[in-house]
Design a protein around this ligand. Structure first.
Ligand SMILES: Cc1cc2nc3c(=O)[nH]c(=O)nc-3n(C[C@H](O)[C@H](O)[C@H](O)COP(=O)(O)OP(=O)(O)OC[C@H]3O[C@@H](n4cnc5c(N)ncnc54)[C@H](O)[C@@H]3O)c2cc1C
Length: 272
């Protein structure tokens, strides 16, 4: 955002790549997209410090790699959040928290004290508006409708609002490998999507992973134009528990980005 406002921007990241929770090709593609906008990166920045330099700030980003510092007018810190629970007097009420201050809850968001529930970021089960709202739905359903909805019913999903956006649903390839699941994978660059070409927005790619036995979709990363919207077509099939072949055989509207999802699914191959 600041780059597009005209600032010269350097991102200083401690990890070896951006967005470490995503698969490596997602991190690499996002770095390429941002570098094309002339944003600079200093990865593996573990030796970091900051000091005043004139009217601005100097950031040491490395102890051995030159240049060792980045100088700028402003420093924006985005180093994670902690739950704002320390001053609530939870201990006095007997509501238990974990080591990081998140309120401990069960699968229906009940705390350690009967009659007290914890919703939203404070319970550590999500960090999004949609997870907070889903928390409300779970508690309301259990309390008011006798409907035993649970946190574990939901499929992780989020969007990363860079341009073009990343839409993520379910598991990453790394998580699938770690779980030892047999899977199929398909990847398609956005350069193959006619609608993306027509709109002059061909950066990114779409990637889907399915369970090799059940044929159900395990996860998807759609990094490309409207990826934050299109991912819901896969997410809804995941909630339906439907095999991917249902979408593969569906007739989609031309010319849209979503029309390429059946083609993408037709190209699934065993995960090597
Ligand atoms: C910059 C930024 C961008 C984001 N973008 C997105 C996004 O694009 N999509 C998305 O899904 N999520 C996004 N999020 C995350 C999203 O905002 C949070 O996950 C969501 O707001 C959590 O809802 P909540 O109700 O748990 O907490 P909050 O929305 O933080 O609400 C907590 C409320 O409790 C109040 N409060 C705190 N302490 C006390 C107290 N002692 N007494 C009384 N009141 C108190 C606070 O003032 C606040 O109003 C973003 C967050 C940030 C910071």
């Amino acid at each position: 955002m600041y780059r597009r406002f005209g600032s010269r921007v350097t991102v200083v990241e401690m990890g070896p790549r951006l967005i470490g929770r995503e698969d490596e090709e997602v991190s690499a593609a996002i770095k390429d997209i941002l570098e094309a906008e002339e944003i600079a990166f200093r990865l593996n920045a573990k030796c970091v410090s900051a000091s005043r330099r004139g009217n601005g700030v100097a950031i040491q980003v490395s102890c051995d790699e030159e240049p060792r510092e980045v100088v700028g007018s402003h420093l924006l810190l985005a180093v994670g959040r902690v739950p704002n629970t320390a001053d609530l007097g939870l201990d006095k009420a007997g509501v238990k928290t974990d080591d990081r201050g998140y309120i401990k809850v069960d699968d229906q968001l009940r705390t350690s004290v009967p009659g007290v529930w914890a919703l939203g970021d404070a319970n550590g089960h999500g960090a999004f508006t949609h997870t907070s709202y889903n928390d409300y739905e779970i508690v309301a359903a259990n309390l008011l409708d006798g409907d035993k909805r649970r946190v574990t019913d939901r499929i992780p999903t989020y969007a990363l609002f860079i341009d073009p956006p990343l839409g993520r649903a379910g598991m990453t390839e790394r998580e699938i490998r770690a779980a030892g699941r047999k899977a199929l994978v398909a990847t398609m660059p956005m350069t193959r999507v006619a609608r993306a070409k027509e709109r002059g927005e061909t950066q990114g790619f779409m990637k889907v992973l399915v369970d090799a036995d059940t044929r159900c979709i395990l996860g998807a990363a759609l990094l490309g134009i409207d990826g934050d919207e299109i991912v819901h077509s896969l997410l809804d099939a995941m909630y339906a528990g439907a095999p991917y072949t249902v979408i593969q055989r569906a007739m989609h509207i031309h010319p849209t980005v979503t029309e390429l999802i059946p083609t993408l699914l037709a190209e699934l191959k065993p995960l090597g």
